[in-house]
Design a protein around this ligand. Structure first.
Ligand code: FAD
Length: 406
């Protein structure tokens, strides 16, 4: 575990810091310092700045609109952006660029790459992820959305659920059963489906926080062109698993920085409320401190492997399990420190759900209660904690596989 940076790497860090100093307002204190429409306006303008600098997909080759950065440079860029409290893209880019773009570079045909990659970078297409179904979540191989060929088109019938940002997207990458007679994992195809068609209906689901960030998506004779299959017909399982590696990998590098910033805010709130002399609160804060330190070391281990050229594989399960379980506890402490004030919501909610609030955010009930409620979901999405433990047990520790249900 030694993610030390060479003098050349540190020179690149200075370049990124100069970029941030040039592009950000002089009084910049993190996205959390903005309110209301200013947040959306900033994120839209910032995404454009990143697009023009080829920083939306910094590791991609320049022929696909990336900056061709080395692994070390990508890590430094992510670290500096996180420290500065700016996003690394727009709200939809986790689906379009991080998940689908990386997957297309690995599995896509030349036609798919040349059509979709420039469009998703330019923000012309917005994507969402259509994996889960009512009977296929942890057991993703059970997908039942049916895809049948009709001439030059796939015809899709069935339902997806928990589709984050489905109401904002115009395309969905989806797993569908293209051969019902093959064994479970062998008859699935990965399809690229336009959503702006009569056969697709998106119904929002209300979350515990009152927001509606995810949806049910119903397919009734929905269609997509025959060539919109990625990685070959009935080979969707392998494609789907590559994409999950990209989904789970990223947090190891930037997570520890975000969680440290969040914990610093929490300690500040305990101080503001005269609670740093309370022995129980002190003990709970110390527990959080030790967890963030361990998270840093876990992150450094993943980084060391990444810098040595290894893709985040099953190891990503360790950091996913760790940060999501930690985040439930630290946000509970936030609510306890707020005390009765947690019952009255004031102040802006976080700009995006499902992670820490943005650096620079005020210590309000709007910030902490919302983050607390959404942190419950962290141990479910991108694979539940039980599934991460199975992956760690079976794929990392090489323990015997769990018995299959009869
Ligand atoms: C906020 C949020 C956003 C999401 N966004 C998306 C999205 O954009 N696109 C998408 O496709 N999906 C999305 N999901 C769905 C997510 O991937 C699933 O919720 C998750 O995979 C769990 O599946 P499930 O909900 O069907 O639960 P189930 O699989 O039914 O699991 C129920 C419980 O049983 C446990 N369990 C299941 N199998 C095992 C086992 N083998 N061993 C031990 N325990 C087990 C689980 O851990 C869980 O506690 C999102 C979910 C959330 C909460």
């Amino acid at each position: 575990m030694d993610p030390t940076y060479s003098p050349e790497a540190e020179a690149y860090r200075e370049k990124v810091q100069a970029f941030l100093a040039e592009k950000l307002p002089s009084n910049w204190n993190g996205l959390g310092g903005l309110e209301g429409d200013d947040i959306t306006d900033f994120v839209t303008a910032w995404r454009k700045t990143l697009y023009e600098a080829n920083y939306l997909a910094p590791g991609w080759p320049s022929e696909y609109g990336g900056a061709g950065l080395t692994a070390t440079e990508q890590v430094i860029l992510a670290e500096e952006f996180t420290r500065a409290g700016v996003p690394s893209g727009g709200p939809n880019d986790v689906f379009g660029i991080q998940m689908l773009g990386n997957t297309l570079l690995m599995w896509g045909t030349e036609e798919q790459k040349s059509h979709y990659i420039p469009r998703l970078l330019a923000g012309e297409d917005t994507w969402c992820q259509g994996y889960s179904e009512p009977d296929a979540g942890s057991d993703l191989g059970n997908v039942g959305l049916r895809a049948e060929l009709d001439g030059d088109e796939w015809v899709l019938n069935g339902q997806k659920i928990w589709t984050s940002a489905g109401h904002l997207a115009d395309h969905i990458f989806t797993l569908a059963r293209s051969d019902p007679d093959s064994p479970k994992h062998k008859g699935i195809s990965f399809l690229l489906v336009p959503m702006d068609q009569p056969g697709i209906e998106v119904r929002p689901i209300k979350m515990i926080s009152g927001e509606s960030e995810f949806n049910e998506v119903f397919y009734t004779d929905a269609r997509c062109p025959k060539e919109n299959v990625v990685g070959g017909v009935n080979n969707g399982w392998a494609v789907a698993m590559s994409l999950l590696g990209f989904e789970r990998g990223e947090a190891a590098a930037t997570g520890p920085i975000r969680y440290q910033t969040e914990l610093d805010r929490l300690i500040e709130m305990a101080r503001e409320r005269g609670l740093t002399t309370d022995p129980v609160i002190r003990q709970r804060l110390a527990w959080c401190h030790s967890k963030v330190q361990i998270m840093k070391f876990l992150g450094q281990r993943t980084l060391t492997q990444f810098l040595a050229g290894h893709h985040p594989g099953p190891d990503g399960a360790i950091s996913k399990l760790y940060w999501s379980e930690y985040h439930r506890v630290v946000t509970e402490l936030g609510v306890d420190i707020l005390g009765a004030d947690a019952l009255y919501i004031e102040g802006r909610p976080p700009s995006s759900s499902f992670q820490t609030d943005d650096p620079g955010a005020a210590n309000t009930s709007g910030s902490w209660v919302n983050t607390f409620l959404n942190a419950r979901a962290g141990t479910i999405y991108a694979g539940s904690s039980q599934i991460q433990r199975n992956i760690i047990g079976e794929m990392i520790l090489q323990l015997p596989k769990e018995p299959k249900p009869a």
